[in-house]
Every structure is written in structure tokens, then in C-alpha cells.
Design a binder for this molecule. Structure first.
Ligand code: IMP
Length: 197
């Protein structure tokens, strides 16, 4: 079975390849192998809508089974923002973090709870519905200042209470073992394993 990862993001492709590598029957390619194919606009209102939209699009355009993910940061005190707007909350990671910290300036520590969420959807070409859909979350809170240099995005201000560390202070293996994307992908690997036998 040939499986297309519906992303051109190298970091995500590596991360997903690592977890899919035990599935010997699955040959993994990515959207980066189809440079002529434009990426679809992420117009969905939920992470799952966006993952489904990307998986359907790539399955249709390439004729391959497609696996897409969508993720973001959900902050309780901000009614779930930035949510599906996570990657568009500012011009770059520093601006996005600055905006988040400013919006939470008057929010007390106990109310700064947040989670990363990830939705993954698998679509077969020509099929109507999802072949599989999974979710993963990572609970934490938003710190008052950035720390750590690993990871990307909001990792330097995402505090993990159980570890007493920011997500950006974990190695990539440590992050994958607990992350929203890792959790969603491990569930998806189980579904794929059942499919390919
Ligand atoms: P997407 O799934 O590539 O659309 O990611 C959406 C955005 O959510 C990213 O650009 C980041 O701003 C944020 N995000 C998603 N996952 C993570 C993560 O693991 N760490 C930090 N930020 C993340």
C-alpha cells in the first residue's frame, strides 16, 4: 500500500515516517513528492474539518490513500483561541507568542490552562467517507515567559506541569512520546495495521 502524507512540512514528514516505519507493507510518500500540486486552503472551522479537507484533496489529486493532520493550541481563558488560527495568529512564531502572552497578561496562573490538539484523517481515493479518523491531545498551561530552544511554534511557552518543563526543553523523541501529534499518529498506526493486515 502506498500512503501519501498530505503535508510538505519536512519536520512533520520525518516525525510521521518514524512512527510508520514498523508498517512494512506501507510505502510512504509525501506531498513534497508532488511539487506541481498546490496545497489546499485550510478553510475548516475545526482541526478535523481541515484534516479531512486536506486528505480528500490529496487522495483525489494523486489517486493515493492520503493521511492528513491539522493541529493547534487551544487556550481555555481565550475561549479556545488561537485554535484553527494558530499558524496565522501573528507574522512569525515570536509575534504569535507575544500576542498570546499579551492576551493572557491579566490571567492568573491557575486559569492559564491550555492544550495542543491534533486531528488526523485517512482517506482512500474514490471512497466517500473517512477510512479512519483519530485525535490526540497534550495538556499543559501557558507560562509567562519563553524558555527552551527545541521544537517549534508555541513550544517555548507551553508548560508541562507533570515535568516542570516547557515543551521546548524536551528532546524531539521525548516530545513525540507525549505530544498531541504523536498520540493521534499512534492511534492511526493501529488503524492502518488493521487495514493492511
Ligand atoms: P498545522 O497543523 O501545521 O496547521 O499547525 C498549526 C499551528 O499550530 C502551527 O503553525 C503552530 O503554531 C501550532 N502548533 C501545532 N503543533 C504544535 C506543536 O507541537 N508545538 C508548537 N506549536 C504547534
Amino acid at each position: 500500500m502506498k500512503l501519501l502524507l498530505a503535508t510538505k512540512n519536512k519536520h512533520k514528514v520525518e516525525e510521521m515516517r518514524a512512527l510508520l516505519s514498523d508498517l512494512a507493507q506501507v510505502e510512504v510518500v509525501s506531498a513534497a513528492d508532488f511539487p506541481g500540486v498546490e496545497e489546499p486552503e485550510e478553510t475548516g472551522e475545526t482541526f478535523e474539518d481541515n484534516a479531512r479537507l486536506k486528505a480528500r484533496y490529496y487522495a483525489e489529486v494523486t489517486g493515493l490513500t492520503a493521511l492528513a493532520d491539522d493541529s493547534g493550541l487551544v487556550v481555555d481563558a481565550l475561549d479556545g483561541r488561537p485554535g484553527v488560527m494558530s499558524s496565522r495568529y501573528g507574522a512569525d512564531d515570536a509575534a504569535r507568542i507575544a500576542r498570546l502572552l499579551e492576551e493572557l497578561r491579566d490571567t492568573h496562573d491557575a486559569q492559564r490552562t491550555a492544550r495542543f490538539e491534533c486531528a488526523m484523517v485517512l482517506v482512500r481515493p474514490g471512497a466517500g467517507g473517512d477510512a479512519a479518523a483519530t485525535r490526540g491531545t497534550l495538556e499543559g498551561s501557558i507560562a509567562r515567559e519563553a524558555r527552551g530552544t527545541n521544537g517549534f511554534g508555541y513550544d517555548p511557552v507551553f508548560h508541562l506541569p507533570a515535568r516542570g518543563l516547557r515543551l521546548a526543553e524536551l528532546s524531539s523523541d521525548e516530545k513525540n512520546a507525549v505530544s498531541h501529534r504523536g498520540n493521534a499518529l499512534r492511534e492511526m498506526v493501529k488503524a492502518l495495521r488493521e487495514m493492511v493486515g
